[in-house]
Design a protein. Structure first.
Length: 468
């Protein structure tokens, strides 16, 4: 997906005799459990009658509890704060609250329990101690601190690894980081009733989370939930309303179920690996019939604007490969000509889309049975007219409920022949059937169902991309 960006605010247990700094951590997620980028958070103290707004990139909101920690929380405990940021790339910071003098060990283990780094027998005084964790590999990790019989652990998510696995101890001095701290000088006491609302953008529309109103009794990691329009189909993908390929071409995105797709066909004439460089238009004689030479085709006489039709590609061109050693293997997850972080969908991923649409009545045509969903994917123009009630060519204004916008660009076949323009939309799957055949998706102007086939790899078909 995904763009997964969070508002992370670490729990800080710093206290004085008369006051305590209270730190709140805000993250947000949608109905699919995916994280949502927060543009701003409105924090309202309904008891004291004040309001503050946190604007990105501020990541820490601090309040001073004027009654002191012991009035509500009792004595502090031996505890790790949640690391910040989380998820993170390579490096993250964490704090450990120590309440009595003694030796402390701290270690980080992967999801299989293998210890990847440890720092043993550190002599610590009571207070807040600061660490920086560096991880070499992507994955889920558990950071554990121990002192005598006391143990505290947190889960950490590393999105991208770095050079090494280390735990660096900075003592009781704060770690020098770029984390910004927003805060308020307004009064706060444990027991105040607070309300939190996050805001994000879906396309050009600002959307609010469901308000969370609660009595605030302690520092807290707060998860705010978005519902309704944020999680709906046909909207731009969360965190990625557009995506740009290696040539600088910009594509709109669309979210359907839990998948994130490009809304338009690919339009590049080169490829990330450099294999794609040859192409021809419908007026050219430079057709290449090889299964293994990447090629693109441009049907300039289709009557469909280029921004809507894009190019057609043979399978080698779509997959950005000239390999014959692996030509019979599945290329599932391969980027191909897609933007970084995206890939050419496999047959199974096309199946996921089909099953999702078929299981939702809003995408079915009339009272027909399973898989009559082509109108929900088809564009509202360029299709040949059809008398078949549930075909994309019939009442085109009723098409495209999903926002996928499949355009009938047809396909390129033998002897410089373009077939089924205005009557069919054909998309490659990354799944290879043999050294000469690969999977594809088929939509025609008069059929209500989404078909699947295995054409020759020398055919020219459109390419859509799916976010990793």
């Amino acid at each position: 997906m995904k763009k997964i960006v969070t508002f992370l605010m670490m729990m800080i247990l710093f206290a004085t005799l008369s006051a305590q700094t209270v730190t709140l951590t805000f993250t947000a997620q949608d109905a699919f459990g995916q994280y949502v980028q927060i543009d701003r958070v409105v924090v309202t103290n309904q008891t004291k009658g004040w309001e503050e707004i946190i604007q990105w990139p501020d990541t820490t909101f601090l309040m001073q509890n004027s009654l002191g920690v012991d009035d509500y929380l009792g004595k502090r405990e031996f505890a790790l704060s949640q690391n910040n940021p989380n998820p993170f790339v390579s490096t993250t910071d964490v704090e450990l609250a120590v309440v009595e003098e003694g030796n402390v060990s701290i270690e980080v283990a992967d999801i299989h329990g293998r210890i990847v780094s440890a720092n043993q027998c550190l002599s610590m005084q009571p207070g807040i101690h600061h660490f920086r964790v560096n991880l070499a590999n992507t994955g889920i990790y558990v950071l554990t601190a121990r002192q005598n019989t006391k143990t505290s652990a947190i889960k950490m998510v590393c999105k991208e690894g770095g050079a090494s696995n280390t735990i660096d101890y900075f003592g009781d001095a704060p770690v020098n980081s770029n984390v910004l701290k927003a805060g308020t000088a307004n009064p706060f006491e444990y027991g105040d009733e607070m309300q939190y609302v996050a805001y994000t953008h879906v396309g050009n529309t600002e959307v609010a989370s469901q308000p969370l109103t609660q009595v605030q009794l302690e520092p807290q990691n707060i998860v705010l939930s978005f519902a309704g329009a944020v999680t709906g189909d046909s909207l731009p993908c969360l965190g990625a309303a557009t995506v740009t390929d290696h040539e600088g071409n910009v594509y709109n995105t669309v979210r359907i179920g839990a998948q994130c797709w490009t809304r338009e066909n690919m339009r590049c004439t080169t490829s990330p690996n450099g294999y794609l460089s040859f192409g021809c238009a419908d007026t050219s004689d430079s057709y290449n019939s090889s299964n293994y030479v990447p090629y693109y085709y441009d049907y300039t006489q289709s009557g469909i604007p280029f921004e809507d039709r894009g190019f057609l590609y043979n399978w080698a061109g779509a997959m950005d490969t000239i390999s014959t050693d692996y030509i019979t293997e599945s290329f599932t997850g391969r980027r191909g000509i897609c933007p970084a972080g995206w890939h050419v969908p496999s047959q199974a991923e096309w199946d996921t889309l089909s099953i999702y649409l078929a299981s939702n009545n809003e995408y079915q045509c009339g009272t027909l049975s399973y898989n009559h969903i082509s109108k929900s994917l088809a564009s509202q123009n360029y299709w040949a007219s059809s008398l078949c009630y549930c075909g994309p060519g019939n009442d085109q204004t009723a098409n495209n409920a999903t926002g996928f916008t499949a355009v009938p660009t047809g396909s390129y076949f033998w002897f410089t022949t373009y077939n089924y323009c205005s009557k069919g939309a054909y998309f490659w799957a990354s799944t290879s059937r043999s050294n000469v055949l690969a999977g594809n998706i088929i939509m025609t102007w008069e059929d209500s169902f989404l078909g699947m086939g295995d054409p020759g790899k020398d055919r020219g078909l459109a390419v859509r991309c799916l976010r990793d």
